[in-house]
Ligand binder design. Structure first.
Ligand SMILES: Cc1ncc(COP(=O)(O)O)c(C=O)c1O
Length: 423
């Protein structure tokens, strides 16, 4: 038809919706508990770094020319060396930071690394395993690329390794496929806020070794920890062959769109090939700013930020315990989120947000989108798979952005409204 201007869009455009978290950004509310926006950023430090850089650039136009130019797809060597140091000295990742800094690469946010990893590993029909619930920024691209997602039960310590074994077994029987990927956020998960204990980290690593699966350890919140956490799963991967480790400056520095990763060589090669076509390279100027931050300021900045985030988390937990109706919440020891589930299975937190929360100046992320739009889960006896169904009586409450008094006030208000609704 002459007027039909749908241009033969790709199939995914008809079944993938805009990210729920992105969609919520349009609302301006007094009590913001939605996206994982950092509320504590050392803005003075970044202002100083930029001021110093502007002086250096005036003095050294060749440096300025390089920093305002295209750079290597995987990141500038001086920045990769800095990141390698942080990862071996602070996170104890087993690379030699003097000689193996080329194992590190950067992306435009860790989101780009998640996407490129999926793009590298997944053909339609391939299988991946995730916790239920899981970070929607990983789930949605996985479904978009045609992955079969098997979700595995979690408890207050995160994903349960025995069920991962079952999922692998059932994937082989039902789909004739060994899963390609297991995705976990080991420290202060998004959305549940749970932290995997060391015995589970080891068990997951061993399972992936035994079944030849790439373990994707998303360490977005590794630096935002209120107490000592177990070592990264990546520390078990002595020869950099089993674990793809992703970090991000978004939560521990500023949202300058820089993620960093250590990937097995053959995976890194393909991911960077993909990135080369996605964006050519990450902005060099931004790498320079972050290089200064990671070399000189991150320890001081974290010393300030961590206790402040902890206070925010405590204010939220207290208000939930005092005012929410019957349900359970997670008890994070870091990160940005508390997960709450109503005891009433028919509660629809998405409808409640539209009808009640937003008109009352409150925003959170309903839990439904943290389950795949199409996917599989284990049956109750874990002998079979059945379609995965979102648990709509859940919500993710972010404590990172608002100060503690606003959190306490807003969550108490939400609690009253929920109690009125749910009795
Ligand atoms: C678990 C997790 N992974 C990855 C990301 C993406 O972070 P970025 O792209 O800002 O590095 C986020 C952002 O909220 C996240 O929570």
């Amino acid at each position: 038809m002459a007027n039909d201007n749908s241009y033969g869009f790709a199939t995914w455009t008809s079944f993938i919706e805009e990210s729920q978290i992105r969609a919520l950004l349009k609302y301006k509310v007094k009590y913001y508990f939605a996206g994982g926006k950092p509320g504590i950023i050392p803005t003075d430090t970044f202002a100083d770094i930029m001021a110093e850089l502007s002086v250096r650039y005036k003095k050294d136009p060749m440096m300025a020319l390089d920093d305002l130019n295209y750079g290597p797809t995987g990141g500038a060597p001086w920045f990769l060396k800095t990141l390698a140091k942080r990862m071996c000295k602070v996170r104890k990742i087993p690379i030699d930071c003097e000689t193996q800094w080329e194992d590190v690469s950067i992306t435009n946010g860790s989101q780009q690394a998640l996407y490129a990893l999926l793009d590298t590993l997944i053909d339609p029909g391939d299988v991946i395993i995730t916790p239920a619930p899981a970070y929607l920024g990983f789930l949605v691209p996985a479904v978009k690329l045609g992955a079969r997602v098997i979700t595995v039960p979690t408890d207050n310590k995160g994903i349960i390794p025995e069920f991962v074994e079952r999922a692998i077994h059932l994937s082989k029987i039902k789909f004739g496929k060994n899963p390609d990927l297991l995705y976990v956020v080991a420290d202060s998960d998004n959305p549940k806020g749970t932290t995997l204990p060391m015995n589970r980290r080891r068990a997951l690593f061993d399972i992936c070794e035994n079944h030849n699966i790439l373990l994707l350890e998303d360490a977005a919140y590794a630096e935002i920890q209120f107490k000592d956490t177990p070592k990264a799963i990546k520390t078990l991967d002595k020869d950099n062959s089993r674990v793809a480790y992703l970090g991000t400056s978004s939560k521990e520095a500023a949202v300058l769109r820089v993620g960093y990763s250590i990937l097995p060589d053959n995976v890194r090669e393909q991911v960077l090939k993909d990135k080369g076509y996605l964006d050519l390279c990450t902005t060099t100027l931004v790498q320079r700013i972050l290089d200064e931050y990671y070399n000189k300021h991150i320890d001081d900045a974290m010393r300030v930020a961590i206790p402040l985030y902890k206070k925010r988390c405590e204010a939220m937990a207290k208000a939930i315990d005092e005012s929410f109706p019957a349900g359970t919440r997670s008890d994070p020891t870091g990160g940005f989120f508390i997960w709450w589930q109503s005891d009433k299975s028919d509660f629809d937190s998405s409808k409640f947000m539209e009808d009640v929360a937003i008109p009352n100046d409150l925003l959170y992320v309903p839990g439904g989108p943290f389950y795949p739009i199409t996917g599989h889960k284990l049956t109750a006896d874990s002998n079979d798979l059945e379609p995965s169904v979102p648990e709509g009586n859940t919500m993710r409450l972010g404590f990172s952005y608002a100060p503690p008094d606003v959190i306490y006030e807003g969550i108490s208000r939400l609690g009253k409204l929920l109690s009125k609704e749910l009795g």
